[in-house]
Design a protein around this ligand. Structure first.
Ligand code: ADP
Ligand code: MG
Length: 152
């Protein structure tokens, strides 16, 4: 599916719209893992903010460029499918490869069914992405326009 957004708000809204679809299609045994691709300033963090808002996460989402992994508790009122669940925001910009993530517990994070995991610069850690991951590729068209390709 390809969507074009005309400003950051539209990208945030799109994330909320897609979240509902992802939750509907979710298998009980696998977490939702979203691989975010696109150049610096494409809108990967903006997309993540929209998704966090849709989940009811109140904390401000900041790019985890230095921390690599940030986690946010998802309020159960917004996400009734599970009792406890976490949103993980991972930024691989500074990584050479997936090995840097192993000591941070990445394997458990991307295999626990209650998690929703967003990975910026996911192309650097292809090897660890579960087969069932969702790929979101954002292309910078002009100052405020983005082409967003969602697959499958
Ligand atoms: P990334 O995480 O991919 O590096 P960010 O989300 O941090 O990108 O930054 C995207 C920048 O582009 C923000 O300054 C945002 O305001 C701007 N922007 C302009 N138009 C859009 C759009 N349609 N969708 C997303 N971001 C947009
Ligand atoms: Mg970012």
């Amino acid at each position: 599916m390809i969507k074009v957004t005309k400003n950051p708000k539209e990208t945030e809204k799109l994330a909320g719209f897609l979240l509902a679809k992802f939750l509907k299609n979710k298998s009980g045994k696998a977490p939702i893992v979203i691989a975010l691709e696109g150049e610096l300033g494409a809108g990967k963090t903006t997309f993540t903010k929209g998704l966090a808002k849709a989940l009811g996460v109140k904390k401000k989402i900041k790019s985890p460029t230095f921390t690599l992994i940030k986690s946010y508790k998802i309020p159960t009122t917004y996400y009734k499918l599970l009792t406890t669940s976490f949103l993980y925001h991972i930024d691989c910009y500074r990584l050479r490869n997936y090995k840097d993530l192993l000591s941070l517990g990445i394997e458990e994070i991307i295999s626990s069914p209650e998690n929703i995991v967003l990975i910026e610069w996911s192309d650097r850690v292809q090897e660890i992405l579960p087969k069932s991951h969702i790929k979101i590729h954002i292309d910078h068209i002009d100052k405020n326009t983005r082409k967003i390709n969602i697959s499958p």
